[in-house]
Design a binder for this molecule. Structure first.
Ligand SMILES: CC(C)(COP(=O)(O)OP(=O)(O)OC[C@H]1O[C@@H](n2cnc3c(N)ncnc32)[C@H](O)[C@@H]1OP(=O)(O)O)[C@@H](O)C(=O)NCCC(=O)NCCS
Length: 332
C-alpha cells in the first residue's frame, strides 16, 4: 500500500520530532558524504534551539507518523535578507520529488523581509556537485554562487613549526575565549571574514559580532562539549591584527573545524595569517582531542589555499553554494 506523503511544520521545541529530524539528517548526510561523522544528538539539538540570533523553521515530510525528509530555512538577525535553506531526504525515499516539495515549503516559511535563498551542499567530487546543481538545485531556480574545496590536515603526521612574526607583534592562543578586553576587536574581525574572503556571487557585507554574541557562541560550544582554540596576533599598541579559530569536539572521529581566519588589510603580507594558523594547530595538537582538522576555502581564495596547501591540508570534498532571488506575491 502506498502511504500518502504529507508536509507538516515541525517545532524545534519538540524533542521527539527533533530526534526524528536528527535521524533523517544523519542518514541522508552519511549517504551523500561517506565517512561523515555527525555531532552527537544533544549537540545538534542545541544548534536548533540556541538563543544566538538565528531562527529556524522546519518542515517535515511524513508517511503517516514516520518522518522521511525535512527541510529547514534559517535566518540570522545580522543578515535578515538571507534565508539558508537545507533539505534532507532518507536515502530510501530519494528521487521521488520529495526533496523538491520540501525545498519549496521551506522557502514559503521564511519571514517577509527575506530577499534571497542560499543553500550549500557537500559531496565527495566536483562531478557529483555538478549533477546536484543541474538536476536538483537548478530546476528549483537556484544558480551556483561559488564553489569551495574542503581540505583536511592529519595532525598525527603534520609537521608544524612556529612562525617568526615581525617585531612589535605577539601571537597568543586562547582556549574557551580570548581575554575579555580583546573580544570587541575579535568580534569585528570575525564579522569581516565572509565580507573580505572571496565568495563568488554571494556579496556578504561586514557583520561585526557583538561581545554578547561572541560570548553566546562560546556558551553554545561549551554546552556541546566543544572547545574553541583561538590564536591572535596583537601589536604592541593593542591592535588585534590577525585571528583564527579552530573548534575541537569531544569525539576524535569527527574532525575539528576551522571557523575562520583573517588578517586586517593594513597588516597583510607579513606572514601573520600563517603565524596564527600554525599557532592554533599546534595548540589543537597539544590539546590532544582531535586527530584531524577540516577547513574549506573558496576556490578563488588563492592566499588561504596556499597557506593550507603548504601546511599539508589535502582535499577531501567539494562544496557548492547556490542562491536564488526571492520573487512573487508572498513577499511583503
Ligand atoms: C538533495 C536531496 C535533498 C534531494 O532529495 P530528493 O527527494 O531525492 O529530491 P527530488 O526527488 O525532488 O529530486 C529532484 C531531481 O533532482 C535529482 N537529484 C536529487 N538528488 C540528486 C543528487 N544528489 N545528484 C544528482 N541529482 C539529484 C533527482 O534525480 C531528480 O531529478 P529527475 O527529476 O531528473 O529524476 C537528497 O539527495 C539529500 O537528502 N541529500 C543529502 C543532503 C543534501 O545534500 N542537501 C543539500 C541539498 S542543496
Amino acid at each position: 500500500m502506498i502511504v500518502p506523503l504529507e508536509l507538516r511544520a515541525i517545532s524545534v521545541d519538540d524533542p521527539s520530532a527533533l530526534r526524528a529530524v536528527y535521524r533523517v539528517e544523519c542518514a541522508a548526510t552519511v549517504h551523500a558524504r561517506p565517512g561523515w561523522v555527525p555531532l552527537d544528538e544533544a549537540a545538534r539539538a542545541a544548534v536548533w534551539q540556541a538563543d544566538n540570533g538565528w531562527s529556524h523553521q522546519l518542515v517535515g515530510a511524513f508517511e503517516g507518523d514516520d518522518l522521511v525528509g525535512f527541510a529547514s530555512s534559517s535566518t540570522a538577525d545580522d543578515t535578515p535578507d538571507t534565508a539558508w535553506v537545507d533539505v534532507c531526504v532518507l536515502p530510501t525515499h530519494q528521487r521521488r520529488g520529495t526533496g523538491t516539495r520540501l525545498a519549496r515549503a521551506a522557502e514559503e516559511a521564511v519571514p517577509a523581509r527575506v530577499e534571497r535563498y542560499v543553500a550549500s551542499a557537500y559531496l565527495p567530487t566536483a562531478t557529483e556537485i555538478d549533477a546536484l546543481v543541474e538536476r536538483f538545485a537548478g530546476p528549483l531556480g537556484y544558480a551556483r554562487a561559488t564553489t569551495e574545496t574542503v581540505v583536511e590536515l592529519d595532525l598525527a603526521t603534520a609537521e608544524l613549526a612556529p612562525v617568526v612574526v615581525p617585531a612589535g607583534t605577539t601571537v597568543s592562543t586562547h582556549l574557551g575565549g580570548v581575554p575579555a578586553h580583546l573580544r570587541a576587536q575579535v568580534g569585528v574581525i570575525k564579522g569581516l571574514v565572509d565580507a573580505e574572503a572571496p565568495h563568488g556571487e554571494l556579496g556578504w557585507e561586514p557583520t561585526p559580532v557583538s561581545v554578547e554574541d561572541y560570548e553566546r557562541e562560546l556558551a553554545l560550544w561549551r554546552a556541546q562539549g566543544r572547545t574553541s582554540v583561538e590564536s591572535i596576533a596583537v601589536t604592541d599598541d593593542g591592535v588585534v591584527a590577525a585571528w583564527t579559530c579552530v573548534v575541537v569536539g569531544a569525539d576524535p572521529a569527527r574532525p575539528a573545524h576551522v571557523e575562520g581566519t583573517l588578517v586586517l588589510t593594513a597588516h597583510r603580507g607579513a606572514g601573520l595569517g600563517r603565524a596564527v594558523k600554525v599557532a592554533s594547530l599546534l595548540a589543537v595538537q597539544a590539546h590532544g582531542e582531535a586527530v584531524r582538522v577540516r577547513t574549506s576555502s573558496d576556490d578563488a581564495n588563492v592566499w588561504m589555499r596556499a597557506i593550507n596547501d603548504d601546511l599539508g591540508f589535502a582535499p577531501v570534498e567539494s562544496e557548492v553554494l547556490v542562491q536564488k532571488v526571492r520573487r512573487g506575491p508572498s513577499r511583503a
